[in-house]
Structures are given as structure tokens and as C-alpha cells.
Design a protein around this ligand. Structure first.
Ligand SMILES: Nc1ncnc2c1ncn2[C@@H]1O[C@H](COP(=O)(O)OP(=O)(O)OP(=O)(O)O)[C@@H](O)[C@H]1O
Length: 875
């Protein structure tokens, strides 16, 4: 038998001819002759597929370029329409920096009806869970099986509502294209397998010309095969990205809603089963990492399971001709047996993944906390304690990861032994069956035929084994997907619960509690934990009735009027929101206060007495359980919280106009000059100078890359000429944040400039001048009075009375934990000269404060005298 390396003369001739032609540069005749000598069949599969690939990729490329061009034209038109305010109602146009240009993205208006109808689907899911009592012991431990109905139901809900909301969706197209790609790839594998056997047959049969031709076919095949592989990978990534976009937008629409879901989430402590409870502190991880991982796992699952599945079916059909139906049945029986065996051995990857992801979130958040509070921690020199805390969190993560690795090691052994080696061994065995049992004829042609058949069968068997093993490996992917599906579903469920108009801050709403098909005690459905113990139907019914009565009695029944020209409380309790409702912790009871336009109110009280909570009630962050609250419309009132907030990556201008966008500012006709004037009024003119007389100054690095322009109005459009001379000073102080760049007092003053800009009739200020010097404080209050703002100030300093007309004092009560309150009108303030007006009422309080200060001063003096005496003694 000739060696494969020593080519026979028949084989070397066409190759030599090709080489010679290559040597004689451009001798087309020679090349054509050599190709002709190969006897290529133009209608053969490799040639047709090669030409088809070239043709279709050119067509796809042209469509892509055309689409890009059309998109650019569309974006330009949109920008023009946006700047003239002609966008569809509710739509917003964003200009997002991308490479060296701005991408125009239109955000369609939110379809709130969709979210309301989706809410019903989530509600009925929760009701089904209770009524069918799926909360069995397994679920209590979070050990849901990867293929259980709950996982599939959850996935189906997410799929139908968010991932592919309608049949004619672009994601459907991508999915279909992916399926076509998978079928094509399997078919190509089959053709390649046959060609492989043919090449071996040519070699062994010493057919040089055929060998060279099949080699050319091989290289032609490589083009569509590689193209299909790359295409499938691209489609997988694209689908994941589209799924992610849909999910992120959906979650953001619910989370960042004017119904304040992002704030109220902390109160959603309904008594749901643990698997449906979301820890709001880690919502960032759900919204970012989890969505990303869920969509990637889901879209890659199609190619990871689709390809082996197709392979199994195609190859089984092909092999049936040689191995017979019994042989194929035997192979599949083997697969199921090993699959069953591996499932028995598989640890609970789902629950391991959930635990690990939660710990990763805690670890990540703690690191962020360190960054956000680095200065405070440095002052306290608290890094040792912080390090200990971070270490203990990391240790828990490490323990969980080690446990997971150990489990994976044992399972990995069984998986590899069975899937890689046993199945391949069996593959050889099955491939040899037709040869071993064929009639024994010892001619050269029968040997080469046998060899070809063996090669083809062996390749198909190994491919089948590989496909089967990949299907088995994807059990792990499925477990991972199940874990992520649980997390994403829980997040969406919680968002819907809080987004619900009837959200009761953890207490079930009356209709939920009493719903006929519904259940006992969930934020929206039922208490899985409670109902799992309620073994009898009667007990469940009783529980429902009790819950209904409770929620009726403890629910939110207050009345809010929103167009009142002042603030009025009538018989209003101040209760910390909780699942107990009215029975929760009371801070104040029966509050009766009434102020009108131009009545400035000071709310006085010690720390923790409930001042900020009153502001929360007025701003409707907290519910009004009973009584009456009358307040001005939202457009007329501005709330200034105790902690000055600065817009992340925002410019100096953004900080003044927050929460308005540049587009709104331009629309209101406010110029940059006016903003500068406000800065000067609050005593921050020098800051403007320091930042290079540039309102676009931003201390955050890469601010330009993240500077998103809303509705086509550029931040620079309104900049006055005086400001365009940006000095080098501004660039010297980049790379920090507003929080660290400004002092405490400067931050409060900047917020005051915000008040002047918004110019709303009513302002609620929580400790607005706690870090500002007395002279500046007086100036700021004088400005507010002069500009005829009506302000409600929350403070613990009676000295501020001189700027106010009424005072609500919250006092500690001797006989109960609930503060008592006293509302009184202060003697009329001389609006022009506040310091000259005195009232005996607040004189007494001020005298008391002065006395306290004097006592403190005397104590300090005494200490310093003693210290001096000690020093002298030591000398
Ligand atoms: N979300 C909450 N959950 C539980 N308790 C809360 C919550 N928010 C506030 N409280 C409690 O309510 C009480 C009143 O808080 P509030 O912030 O209104 O005090 P304050 O009078 O503004 O205090 P300070 O002057 O220190 O700002 C405090 O005891 C606080 O612990």
C-alpha cells in the first residue's frame, strides 16, 4: 500500500500543473487548463453554495449600507422636527455621543395601558401559585427543578410580554434567521462529512485528479460553513442585545416612574415567599448584571441546544440507512440513560447561582459605599473596620464559590467520563457495526468503500455523540437560565406591585386581600408562606376574611387636595409606612395646621421628631393613612431635601436647573446670564469665576462622552459670548465630583440658586442653612422673602423664627412616644426689616437658646481654665 506522503504520479500531475501555472505569473491559459483538468462540476453543492454565499453576502452588505444611510437621513429629519417641537406627543429625542458624532435616538412615548394590563398577568400568576398550592416544601427551600412548570411559566410571561411582545417583531426575524442558520449549518456538516469520507477514499484509491478536485471543493465549502458559523454567532449576540434593550426599557419604565417606584420599593415588605422577595438595596444588580446575564444565557441557549438538536435528528436519519432503526434506537436509549444518570448526580446549580449572585451584589455595593464615603471614613480613620466588614463579605462569597467549585468538580468528572469518553467509545463501536457485519469480500474497491463508509459513519457517530453531550452540557445552561429567570421575574413582580395604583406600602389592598380567587396576604396576591401552612380550605377562607377586614381598617384612606393655595392638615396622623398600615409607628397624631399664600411656616423640633417626615407626607412619598392634606399643585411647589443632591456628570448649569433639562430651560427663555445672576445672589459668583466663567464646566472626567442632549437642544446653544472664554482653571479641577469639589456651605448655596431659578410659589426647605454662616443665612432668607416665595422651613433652630410667620413646634411627650405638636402664629413680621420685629412668644424661646449657648460657653471656658492650670502645674 503506498504511503500517503509519497504522492502517486496520477495525483501529483494536476498539482504540479497548478504550481507551474502559478510560476508563470498571469498565464491565464495555464490556470484555466489546470482548473479544467480538475473537472469541477459547476452545479455541484460546494460550487453553488460558494457562489450563493458570495451573492447573498453582497446583497446583505448593500442593504446594510443603504439602511445606515436611511437611518442617518431619518435622524437628521428627527432632529429638525424635535428642535421645532414636532415630535410625536410624549416622544423624546436624545443625542447620544457615539465615536466622533452624535447618535439620534427617539424614545417612544410610554404606553401606560400596556403596563396596567401586564400587571394583571403578574397578579394572576401569583393567584395561581396560591390556589394551586404550588408552594410545597421544595419551593420553601428554593429548590425548584429546572424544568418545573413555574420556571416555564415565568419564562413564558417574560417572553410574551417583553422579549417578543408581538409576532411580527424584529426579534422574531432574528430568531427565524437563527433557526435557518442552524439548519444550514447541520446540512453543511453532513455534506462536509460526506466529502471527508470521499477525500479519504480518493487517497486510498490513488485517484489524484479526484483528490485534487475534492480538495478544491473542501476549500469552497469552507466559505459558506465559516459564514454560517459567524452569522449564527452574530445573530446570537444581536438577539441578546435586543432582548436586553426590551427588558431594560420595560424595567426602567416601571422603576423610574412618576409614581416613585424607585423610592417606594423600600416599603414593599409584603409577606411573599422568599423567592418572590426583592431586596431593594441590590436593585442595581437586578437591573444591570442580571438582565445582561439572563438575556445572554437565553439567546445562547438557542444555538447551544438548537445546533446539537438539529444534528441529532439529521444524523440519525442519515445513519438509519447504515445502522438500521434498532441501532439508532439503541443510541438514543443510551443518551436518555446517561442523561437520567447525570441529572441524578447534578447538584442544585439554580440555588447555588442565586446565592452567589446575591453575595456578589453585596460585595459590589460595599465597595461602592467605600468610594462614596471615602472622606467620611478617612476622617474617622474607620478603614480597619471597613476592611473587616468587606473581608467578612468576601469570605462568605469565597465560601459559596468554593462550595460551588467542589460540587462542579465531582459533577464535572461524571460529565466528562460519560459524555466525552464513553459516548465516543460507543461511537466507534456503532460505526464499526456495518463493516464488521458486512459480507467479507477482500477486493481493493471493497476496502476503499469500507474505509469511506467507516470514515463517514465514524464522523457522524462522533458528531452525534458531541451533539448529545452538548445537549447534556446545556442542562447546566438551563439551570443557570432558571436561576436568572427567577431573579428577573421577582424584580418585575416587585416593580409591578409597587407601580400598582393601589400600592399600600406592604399592606395588601382591600380588593387584593378579598379577591375571590385570590389569596390571603400578598402585596398583590398572596402570602405563600402563610398559605402553605393553611392546610384546610376553611382556614384559608377565614384568613382571607381577616386579611380583608384588616386591610379595610388599616389601609390608606386619607384625602389629598392638590390645588390649594397653601398647606392644610386636618386630623392628620404621621405614620411610618409599613405592612401594619395604620397600626404602624405613629410620629404625630391629629395634626391641624393651616397656612395660606405668603405665610411662611417654621417647623421646629428635635432630631427624629418627624420634621422631614412631614415633608415626605406633603411630597406624597409617604401615604396619608387618614385625615386631610391640602397642598398646591406639583407645578407650584419645590422640595429641598436636607442632603444637597447633585446631578451625576452634570455641568454647573445642570446643577442650577435640576431637574429641568437644557431643552426645558431654552423653552422657558432663561439665559445663561440669568443663571449667573442667581449664582451671584446666593454669594457664589466667585465659583463661576473659578470654573473659567463657564456654566458648562463639569468636574467629572469624560463628562463630554456622557453628556446626553435632550430634544435636540445643545447645551452650548444658549451659552452667552461672555462665557465662551473658558480659562485653563476649569480643566485643572476635573476628575472629581460635585460632592467633593464643593464645601458643605457652597452646596447649600448652590441649591438656593436652584430655588431662585425654578421660582415656584411654594418651597419646602429641610435644614437649608445648617452649614451656612449667620450673615449669609440672613441674606438668603431676606432674598426669599423679597422675591415673595412662600416657604416652609424644617429646622431645630428657634433663631429662624424671625424669618417666618407661623411656627409648628414638635415636642417630646412625657407620657407617650408620640410627639405632641403646637401650632401658633408669630407676631407679625416686619417684611422689610425682619430683625426689628420681636414677639414675646419667640423671645422666650430665643432667650432660652441664648441661655443654653451661654451655659455651653461657660463650660468650655471652665475646661480651658482647668487645662491651663494643669499645664502650669506640670511645668
Ligand atoms: N423609612 C423609615 N423607616 C422607619 N423609620 C423611619 C423611616 N424614615 C424615618 N423614620 C423614623 O422616623 C423618625 C422621624 O424621622 P425624620 O427624618 O422625620 O426626623 P427629623 O425630625 O427630620 O430629624 P432630623 O432633624 O434629624 O433631620 C425617626 O425616628 C426615624 O428613625
Amino acid at each position: 500500500m503506498p504511503s500517503v506522503l509519497s504522492l502517486p504520479s496520477d495525483l501529483s500531475r494536476p498539482i504540479m500543473a497548478l504550481l507551474k501555472s502559478a510560476q508563470s505569473h498571469g498565464n491565464l491559459d495555464h490556470i484555466l487548463k489546470s482548473i479544467r483538468a480538475l473537472n469541477l462540476q459547476w452545479r455541484s453543492n460546494p460550487v453553488l453554495l460558494f457562489l450563493l454565499t458570495i451573492g447573498s453576502s453582497s446583497a446583505i452588505g448593500s442593504v446594510y449600507v443603504l439602511q445606515k444611510l436611511l437611518n442617518r437621513i431619518k435622524a437628521r429629519r428627527l432632529a429638525v422636527r424635535a428642535s421645532s417641537g414636532n415630535l410625536k406627543r410624549g416622544s423624546r429625542l436624545l443625542s447620544v455621543p457615539y465615536k466622533d458624532r452624535q447618535l439620534q435616538i427617539v424614545l417612544p412615548p410610554m404606553n401606560s395601558d400596556k403596563y396596567e394590563s401586564d400587571k394583571l398577568i403578574f397578579k394572576s400568576f401569583m393567584k395561581d401559585q396560591t390556589s394551586s398550592k404550588i408552594e410545597d416544601d421544595d419551593n420553601m427551600k428554593g429548590n425548584s427543578s429546572i424544568m418545573d412548570s413555574k420556571f416555564l411559566k415565568k419564562l413564558f410571561i417574560i417572553w410574551r410580554l417583553i422579549l417578543i411582545p408581538k409576532v411580527m417583531d424584529k426579534n422574531t426575524t432574528l430568531l427565524l434567521a437563527q433557526i435557518v442558520g442552524l439548519v444550514l449549518r447541520t446540512w453543511l456538516s453532513l455534506l462536509v462529512t460526506k466529502l471527508d469520507g470521499q477525500i479519504v477514499k480518493d487517497l486510498i484509491g490513488l485517484k489524484g485528479r479526484k483528490f485534487a478536485r475534492d480538495l478544491v471543493y473542501w476549500f469552497l465549502f469552507a466559505v459558506p460553513a465559516s459564514y454560517t458559523n459567524a452569522g449564527i454567532k452574530y445573530l446570537t449576540k444581536r438577539l441578546a442585545l435586543n432582548f436586553r434593550t426590551n427588558l431594560v426599557r420595560y424595567a426602567h419604565d416601571l422603576y423610574m416612574d412618576p409614581r416613585l417606584v424607585y423610592y417606594k420599593l423600600q416599603f414593599n415588605q409584603s409577606q411573599l415567599a422568599p423567592e418572590y422577595q426583592l431586596d431593594y438595596r441590590y436593585i442595581d444588580q437586578y437591573l444591570t448584571e442580571d438582565i445582561n446575564r439572563f438575556t445572554e444565557t437565553l439567546s445562547s441557549l438557542f444555538s447551544n441546544t438548537g445546533k446539537p438538536f438539529m444534528d441529532l435528528i439529521f444524523f440519525a436519519f442519515y445513519l438509519r440507512d447504515t445502522l438500521g432503526t434498532a441501532g439508532i434506537m439503541g443510541i438514543f436509549f443510551n443518551y436518555f440513560l446517561t442523561g437520567w444518570f447525570l441529572r441524578l448526580r447534578a447538584p442544585n446549580f439554580n440555588s447555588m447561582l442565586k446565592k452567589k449572585t446575591t453575595l456578589e451584589g453585596i460585595f459590589f455595593n460595599y465597595n461602592i459605599n467605600l468610594i462614596n464615603n471615602c472622606e467620611e471614613i478617612s476622617f474617622y480613620q474607620g478603614i480597619v473596620l471597613e476592611k473587616l466588614k468587606i473581608k467578612s463579605i468576601f469570605d462568605s462569597l469565597l465560601k459559596q464559590t468554593t462550595h460551588e467549585s467542589n460540587q462542579r468538580f465531582i459533577y464535572g468528572f461524571w460529565e466528562d467520563y460519560v459524555l466525552k469518553y464513553s459516548w465516543s467509545g460507543l461511537g466507534y463501536l456503532f460505526a464499526s457495526i456495518p463493516i464488521v457485519f458486512a459480507p467479507q469480500t477482500k477486493t481493493v474497491s471493497s476496502e476503499t468503500k469500507n474505509m469511506k463508509q467507516f470514515i463517514v459513519n465514524k464522523r457522524l457517530m462522533l458528531s452525534m455523540a458531541d451533539a448529545g453531550s452538548r445537549l447534556m452540557y446545556s442542562i447546566k445552561d438551563l439551570a443557570r437560565l432558571s436561576g436568572y429567570t427567577d431573579r428577573i421575574f421577582t424584580m418585575l413582580l416587585s416593580l409591578h406591585q409597587v407601580h400598582d395604583n393601589a400600592f399600600q406600602y406592604g399592606l395588601p389592598s382591600p380588593q387584593q386581600a378579598g379577591s375571590a380567587s385570590g389569596s390571603a396576604n400578598t402585596g398583590f396576591g398572596s402570602s405563600a408562606r402563610l398559605s402553605s401552612f393553611a392546610s384546610s380550605r376553611n382556614l384559608l377562607m377565614m384568613r382571607r376574611q381577616t386579611s380583608f377586614m384588616n386591610s379595610m381598617a388599616n389601609g390608606i384612606h386619607g384625602t389629598i387636595q392638590k390645588r390649594y393655595p397653601g398647606i392644610r392638615f386636618e386630623k392628620t396622623p404621621l405614620i411610618i409606612p409599613s405592612p401594619k398600615g395604620v397600626e404602624g409607628e405613629h410620629l404625630l397624631d391629629g395634626l391641624n395646621v393651616k397656612i395660606g399664600r405668603y405665610d411662611n411656616l417654621l417647623i421646629l423640633g428635635k432630631n427624629g421628631s418627624g420634621k422631614t417626615s412631614i415633608m415626605r407626607l406633603i411630597a406624597q412619598l409617604w401615604p396619608l393613612y387618614s385625615g386631610l392634606l391640602s397642598k398646591p399643585s406639583d407645578a407650584d411647589i419645590l422640595y429641598i431635601p436636607q442632603k444637597p443632591y447633585f446631578y451625576e456628570s452634570g455641568t454647573l448649569r445642570d446643577q442650577i436647573i435640576y431637574p429641568m433639562s437644557m431643552a426645558d430651560m431654552v423653552e422657558r427663555g432663561v439665559s445663561d446670564d440669568q443663571l449667573v445672576h442667581y449664582l451671584e445672589e446666593v454669594g457664589l459668583g466667585y465659583l463661576f469665576e473659578r470654573f473659567g466663567r463657564d456654566l458648562s464646566f463639569c468636574p467629572t472626567k469624560h463628562a463630554e462622552e456622557t453628556n446626553i442632549v435632550v430634544d435636540g437642544k445643545s447645551a452650548d446653544a444658549n451659552r452667552s459670548r461672555a462665557m465662551s472664554t473658558s480659562s485653563s482653571t476649569s480643566s485643572d479641577i476635573t476628575g472629581t465630583s460635585w460632592k467633593t469639589l464643593l464645601s458643605g456651605g457652597e452646596r447649600q448655596k448652590l441649591v438656593m440658586a436652584r430655588i431662585l431659578f425654578h421660582n415656584k410659589s411654594f418651597v419646602v426647605l429641610d435644614e437649608p442653612t445648617s452649614a451656612i454662616s449667620y450673615d449669609m443665612e440672613a441674606q438668603l432668607f431676606e432674598t426669599l422673602i423679597k422675591k415673595r416665595f412662600t416657604f416652609i422651613t424644617l429646622s431645630h433652630r428657634p433663631l429662624l423664627m424671625k424669618y417666618h410667620d407661623c411656627c409648628l413646634e414638635l415636642k417630646e411627650s412625657e407620657d407617650s412616644n408620640i410627639c405632641s405638636w403646637e401650632f401658633r402664629r408669630l407676631a407679625s413680621r416686619n417684611k422689610g426689616n425682619t430683625t426689628s420685629s420681636k414677639s414675646s412668644n419667640y423671645d422666650a424661646i430665643i432667650e432660652r437658646e441664648i441661655d443654653e449657648l451661654k451655659t455651653e460657653l461657660a463650660q468650655t471656658e471652665e475646661i480651658s481654665t482647668r487645662k491651663q492650670q494643669l499645664i502650669e502645674l506640670l511645668k
